[in-house]
Design a protein around this ligand. Structure first.
Ligand code: AMP
Length: 151
């Protein structure tokens, strides 16, 4: 590997924990090693109600279920963080819309490459999954959409 080929300094891997996650972890690891890059990972919670900070936490109807879901998601993120040797302060769990939060985080953290799967939980009917497509159009940096399925 020559110096010139180390194109990326900070890679952000956006993970949705769908069935192809292992393949994406592998590709992210390769890109990280090739570039000798710093790595961050992010999962955006788009299915758990957000606590309302200004009025105190809103307790969802089924608080226990939400709590368990959140803890499971944290555990999944930490598992991947350990696999990729991502320091804890670079493992991001954010509430909101995946495309907006992934792009905003990339900007905030000076990321120069975002890695997403071509398809995840939402995208099988499309040529490119909806999150992948949105990130590609709004990212402040390069995006690697790893091809996952022949559709
Ligand atoms: P989709 O476009 O929703 O089919 O997903 C394509 C890819 O976008 C996935 O393989 C992930 O890399 C990323 N992605 C989708 N949803 C999320 C999410 N909630 N948090 C982080 N990354 C996501």
């Amino acid at each position: 590997m020559t110096r010139q080929s180390k194109m990326y300094k900070h890679i952000l891997f956006a993970v949705d924990f769908s069935e192809d996650t292992d393949c994406l972890v592998e590709r992210t690891s390769e890109m990280m090693l090739l570039n000798d890059a710093k790595i961050s990972i992010v999962h955006v919670l788009d299915n758990i109600p957000m606590p309302d900070m200004s009025y105190g936490t809103i307790i969802p109807l089924d608080y226990e279920t939400e709590h368990v879901l959140l803890e499971q998601t944290k555990a999944q993120l930490n598992k991947i963080g350990l696999k990729l040797n991502v320091p804890e302060n670079q493992r991001w769990l954010i509430w909101g819309s995946p495309k907006e939060e992934i792009c905003a985080l990339a900007e905030q953290e000076n990321v120069d490459l975002i890695i997403v799967g071509s398809h995840g939980r939402h995208g099988l009917a499309l040529l490119l999954g909806s999150t992948a497509n949105d990130v590609l159009h709004h990212a402040p940096c390069d995006v690697l959409a790893v091809r996952l399925k022949n559709v």
